[in-house]
Every structure is written in C-alpha cells, then in structure tokens.
Design a protein around this ligand. Sequence first.
Ligand SMILES: Nc1ncnc2c1ncn2[C@@H]1O[C@H](COP(=O)(O)OP(=O)(O)O)[C@@H](O)[C@H]1O
Ligand SMILES: [Mg+2]
Length: 163
Amino acid sequence: MFDLIDLKYSGNIFLGRIVMKFLVCVDGSEQSYKAIDKAATIAAGLDDCEITAIYVYHIDSLVGVGEAYFTEEMIRRVHEQSKEEGENILADAQKIFEKRNLKVDTLLKEGHVATTIIELAEEGKYDVVVLGSRGLGGFKKLLLGSVSNAIAQEVKASVFIVK
Ligand SMILES: Nc1ncnc2c1ncn2[C@@H]1O[C@H](COP(=O)(O)OP(=O)(O)O)[C@@H](O)[C@H]1O
Ligand SMILES: [Mg+2]
C-alpha cells in the first residue's frame, strides 16, 4: 500500500494504481545491459509499469566532417546499417524484458543522442530514465559518458544511472 504522500508525488496514477513509466536507454554496451537488468528487477516488483526501450542513432557523427566526400549512396548505406544495428539492439533488450514477463515498447530514433532522449523523456512524461554510466565510448577514466552526463544534468524526470 502507498500512503497519500507517495500518491501525491507519483507522476502516473491510473485508477488508484501507480503506473511507473520507465525509459530505458540502450546502446548495446555491457553497461546498458546492466541498466536493462536493474530496470527489469525494479519493474518486476511494481503493481504496474510501462517500459520503453530506446536506441538513438546519429549518422552525422559517423559521417562527420568528411561528409563532402561521401556519396548519397554511401550515406544511405550508413543510415541503413545504423538502423539495422539499432533494431538488433532493441530486439535483444525486448527479449530480456519479455523473458522476465515484462511488456516493453521499443523506440528507434534518429537524431542527436542526448538531445533526442532528453526531449522524449519530457514529452512522454516518464517517471524514471534508466541508463548505464558508460557506453561504447573509449575513454573509460571518466565516471560518466557524454550521453549519461547530459541526461543526468538536463532530464527533469528522475534519472537512474547504473554503474
Ligand atoms: N545511442 C544511444 N541510444 C540510447 N541510449 C544510449 C545511446 N548511447 C548511450 N546510451 C545510454 O547512455 C549510457 C552511457 O553511454 P555514453 O554516455 O555514450 O558513454 P560512453 O561515452 O562510454 O559511450 C549507455 O550505457 C546507454 O544506457
Ligand atoms: Mg557512447
């Protein structure tokens, strides 16, 4: 049972039951698998929840400054490959949640990674954004990566950074 104070602060209340909305950010990294696992463990203990797994791809960062040297066909291929990679990562996340009897929606978006997640967290009225502290990036000495750092600072919802 939740008391009135909990109810007052909960974002999503549906017919007296508390529905928590989770936005789980996945990039295929070990850390993001840990984030999936933690989110699933917490969600499994709740009355009700809605889970969305999101992957954002950003071809500008792949094509980068050399864009002038890429043909349209090459850019189209990079786009297709990034999308396919995202679909695989999301399908994997979906399997993990479903194995634990949790329903999950998947979202594949194109755009700047942190900005896209920050905007979506706001629009979708998520209660918690779950992500790994680090991802696929190389320089591991910093505690947070660029995505987790931006999300921790700018998302208005609660942010759960899994180490
Ligand atoms: N493209 C992405 N789409 C969705 N979530 C992402 C993406 N990139 C990173 N994340 C999330 O952010 C976490 C931290 O990654 P990031 O800040 O990119 O660290 P790094 O700099 O080590 O790659 C990841 O564990 C994942 O949960
Ligand atoms: Mg990264």
